[in-house]
Design a protein around this ligand. Structure first.
Ligand SMILES: Cc1cc2nc3c(=O)[nH]c(=O)nc-3n(C[C@H](O)[C@H](O)[C@H](O)COP(=O)(O)OP(=O)(O)OC[C@H]3O[C@@H](n4cnc5c(N)ncnc54)[C@H](O)[C@@H]3O)c2cc1C
Length: 372
């Protein structure tokens, strides 16, 4: 029999950046909230990021739209929550490396601008001015997106969590959810049982596993991811923008006197670590010929939160799972989407219009895609 004090209107599972944002936005709206985190807040995927917040996702206007809607909250975060998230200009340079790819990306620029993304099309020479390490001869041009920032995820989590608590939310760490009954709203945990009118699954890469506890299929899983760094390249801090080559997935940004190097390769294939490292070693000198003999080292590894569409799943379960809301599988954009995701879940819970088309984030859309 659940303890009466463990009754709540909304129970959130997962205390990463997404869960604490939902807790804050719901508590702010006067909803009685309990959040359960199996470890410490913000220490899973949220602690493994490249610490970048961008508003431009070249081939996914819907992902850009969520990020653009997050931006005002990032800018006003200290005023709202009392916590400084260290927002600092970075900028995003998306390199166009073939005429076909340039045409594809340019065709989508009006749609991105329509949802509020600020973008400029650059010549190779102009791109070289933004990132002098690039070889302009290797690119057709680039897209410059100024609204890309460095951010401190740990402060984002702290700010949301502190503010949610002040608003009356109960946030419990070291509490693992071990059972879920979607029909009755009963939630079994290592710290006793709870009952909730609504349950939100915001368990990052483990969202699929948590949904399974309620017999619900939610195609979100964890994939190994690694960030690499070069040897020092200069005797001063490198302040080049976040530079992205969409065809190869290569991403670089300054990290102290080195480059931080990432690869956007999503696959369930075995041995991804070796494949990833080999590809990064091959790709880097293609676009940065001066880095031909530079060594790459592991910076840190993480678990990426992946879905079949490589965009998040945000919505409500159906039939016997109607009590369950979900927001997981942000596939590398969770920081950028956290503020908007928190507000969307609040609106879905209250039956309000979230003001954004959720079709690209739906289970129906994800079922049309085969996992990579
Ligand atoms: C290498 C790497 C670089 C990245 N770089 C960026 C970047 O620069 N910018 C960006 O926007 N995004 C980036 N991301 C993606 C970003 O980290 C994620 O999208 C985001 O952190 C997801 O947040 P979350 O709250 O959904 O997940 P998490 O932070 O993983 O939180 C989920 C929480 O659920 C808890 N949990 C799981 N199961 C249970 C259970 N049964 N009971 C209770 N609690 C449970 C976990 O302990 C965890 O704390 C990167 C990811 C990786 C791996």
């Amino acid at each position: 029999m659940p303890d009466r004090k463990n009754k709540t209107e909304l129970l959130i599972i997962g205390g990463g950046v997404i869960g604490v944002s939902i807790a804050y936005h719901c508590a702010e709206a006067g909803i009685d909230v309990v959040l359960l985190e199996k470890d410490q807040f913000g220490t899973a995927t949220t602690s493994q990021t490249a610490r970048a917040f961008r508003t431009y996702f070249p081939k996914k206007v819907h992902d850009s739209e969520l990020a653009v809607r997050s931006l005002p909250e990032f800018r006003s975060f200290a005023g709202k929550t009392g916590t400084d998230i260290g927002l600092a200009d970075l900028g995003l340079l998306t390199c166009l490396t073939s005429p076909e790819q340039a045409a594809e990306i340019e065709a989508l620029l009006p749609a991105h601008r329509d949802v509020g993304v600020k973008l400029d099309l650059l010549t190779p020479a102009q791109a070289h001015e933004y990132n002098p390490w690039l070889d302009p001869a290797t690119i057709e041009g680039a897209v410059w997106s100024p609204e890309c920032y460095r951010v401190k995820p740990e402060m984002l989590v702290k700010g949301y969590a502190d503010a949610a608590r002040k608003l009356g939310a109960r946030l419990l760490n070291e509490t693992t959810v071990t059972g879920l009954n979607a029909r009755t709203g009963e939630v079994t945990t290592t710290a006793g049982d709870f009952t909730a009118d609504a349950i939100v699954i915001a368990a990052g890469p483990w969202s699929g596993d948590v949904a399974e506890l309620a017999g619900m299929e939610l195609p979100v899983w964890g994939q190994f991811a690694e960030l690499l760094h070069t040897d020092p390249l200069a005797d001063h801090e490198i302040d080049t923008p976040f530079t992205f080559h969409p065809v190869s997935g290569l991403k670089t940004m300054g990290m102290g006197k080195s480059f931080l190097v990432g690869l956007e390769r999503i696959s369930k294939q075995e041995g991804m670590r070796d494949i990833w490292f080999k590809a990064a070693v091959e790709e880097l000198p293609k676009w940065y010929p001066n880095l031909d003999d530079i060594e790459l080292h592991s910076a840190w590894t993480g678990t990426l939160d992946v879905t079949p569409t490589k965009s998040a799943l945000i919505g409500r379960g159906e039939g016997e799972h109607e009590r369950i809301l979900f927001a997981g599988g942000f596939t590398g954009h969770g920081l950028a989407h956290a503020p908007t995701a928190g507000r969307i879940v609040r609106d879905l819970h209250r039956g309000d219009d979230p003001g954004v088309d959720l079709t690209p984030f739906s289970l129906a859309t994800s079922s049309e895609h085969t996992p990579a």
